[in-house]
Design a protein around this ligand. Structure first.
Ligand SMILES: NC(=O)c1ccc[n+]([C@@H]2O[C@H](COP(=O)([O-])OP(=O)(O)OC[C@H]3O[C@@H](n4cnc5c(N)ncnc54)[C@H](OP(=O)(O)O)[C@@H]3O)[C@@H](O)[C@H]2O)c1
Length: 174
């Protein structure tokens, strides 16, 4: 006898993107800070995420230091924070269930541990790829570009360093 399969807990979450700025070796940060801050990427991040829920780990929240305005701020931590404007989740399962029932677009904004957890569940990766390296202690997880369709969203340079922003859309299984 066959039974109808229930929606898989491992199925990608509709509308979920990971958004990050990475160096050419996928470096994300050092000493709980970013490797680079440049205006074009900050503006792109704000424009892209504004009005949508953003989920982050507690270390990323600590490095930002306040809830991001104009967005629902979701923080994964085993040590709940009583901060107005923040919704905290003590387990990845709880955060995942919450993200799954949210309509529309939502973003994982870091850090390394959240990117690692949500890479298999994201429909899209939005990576600003800086063509340089710096010492880093956290990295974006390795992923297989063959699993995605890539589209360049923009390119430019800051302080003489080139960067490209690339959207990777997960290929749906045939
Ligand atoms: N380049 C970029 O675009 C970008 C973006 C964001 C962040 N970053 C960088 O990334 C670094 C931070 O990344 P990170 O990986 O160290 O920290 P993180 O992912 O921001 O936060 C890690 C914390 O999240 C909580 N957490 C993670 N998994 C959990 C689970 N399964 N259940 C419950 N809680 C869980 C824990 O919080 P508690 O310890 O409170 O329990 C853990 O210590 C910084 O350097 C930051 O600047 C870079």
């Amino acid at each position: 006898m066959t039974t109808e399969a229930s929606p898989s807990a491992n199925a990608p979450i509709p509308g979920l993107s990971l958004i990050a700025c990475v160096s050419s070796d996928l470096g994300l940060g050092q000493g709980n800070d970013l490797l680079w801050r440049f205006k074009a990427d900050q503006q792109f991040f704000r424009r892209t995420t504004l009005g949508h829920p953003v989920a982050m780990g507690s270390r990323t929240y600590a490095s930002i230091g306040r809830p991001l305005p104009g967005r629902e701020n979701l923080v994964l931590t085993r040590h709940p924070l009583a901060v107005p404007g923040l919704k905290t989740f003590s387990s990845a399962d709880d955060l995942t269930a919450y993200l799954r029932q949210l309509p529309g677009e939502k973003f994982i904004i870091g850090g390394a541990s959240l990117y690692q957890l949500y890479l298999p569940l994201a429909e899209k990766l939005i990576l600003t790829k800086v063509a340089a390296t710096k010492p880093a202690d956290v990295f974006f997880p390795q992923f297989s570009p063959a699993d995605y369709t890539a589209r360049e969203l923009s390119a430019g340079e800051f302080d003489g360093t080139p960067y490209r922003t690339v959207e990777y859309l997960r290929r749906t299984p045939a």
